[in-house]
Design a protein around this ligand. Sequence first.
Ligand code: AP5
Ligand code: MG
Length: 224
Amino acid sequence: MKHVRDFYVFLGPPGAGKGTQAKVVAHRLGIPQISSGDLFRENIKNQTEMGIQANEYIKVGDLVPDDVTVAMVRERISRTDCMNGAILDGFPRTPAQAKAFDGILSETGCKLNRVPYIKVPEEALIERLSGRLTCRDKGHVFHKSYNPPKEPGVCDFDGSELYQREDDRPETVARRIRVYIERTQPLIEYYQDRDVLVEVDGDRDIETITADLVKLLEVEETNV
Ligand code: AP5
Ligand code: MG
């Protein structure tokens, strides 16, 4: 059987639940979840030169320049753990990144299988981001009310400290949503035109959405 590396892109506004869902669904499919935001935060934590530069954009809610972002993701998906594909969360995020990603896929003989677009009303996004708690170590996400950790302030999965992201402050959240509408929303049409976009109602409970996504991606897997 011909081996095809299948990639999935989880698309949606800040707070849609991309990270929450991508982590669980990737685990179920046995492929890695790659979050460009988590990769940047890792670089910021380690004070790499790229992390220090990227943080200037991230802390005010702007996008990191395309060339830096594409180079970082290209390197990450070239690693061996992506040999059976991966779920990308938060990348691509501009038409230029989407074109660069198409190029990477065709150079490496990979396929973009599906792009689940997680749709959530704006009021819900603000509430989700203002109550989000993120784990320092691996970026697992919780919510003070909707998805609380078992022990306050501690990640259920790896025991690391939970913190509030600097870009989850109200003024930065508003900016991130505006930037999403201007720069990322055009990708909905981009992937609709390629017949890979699937709209998923993200305004339901976490487990129901996960079940729908797993079904959607598993069915696609068996059709390869
Ligand atoms: P990134 O980290 O990707 O942030 P984002 O896209 O703004 O998305 P979020 O992580 O905020 O939301 P999410 O959809 O993952 O939601 P989550 O699952 O956490 O990027 C950060 C920054 O890095 C960017 O602003 C930019 O500067 C830079 N960057 C990253 N990628 C880039 C790129 N490609 N190009 C350029 N720059 C880039 O859920 C949110 C909350 O809601 C949680 O508390 C969760 O528990 C809760 N929740 C989730 N689902 C539900 C539900 N169904 N019901 C109730 N609560 C829920
Ligand atoms: Mg995220």
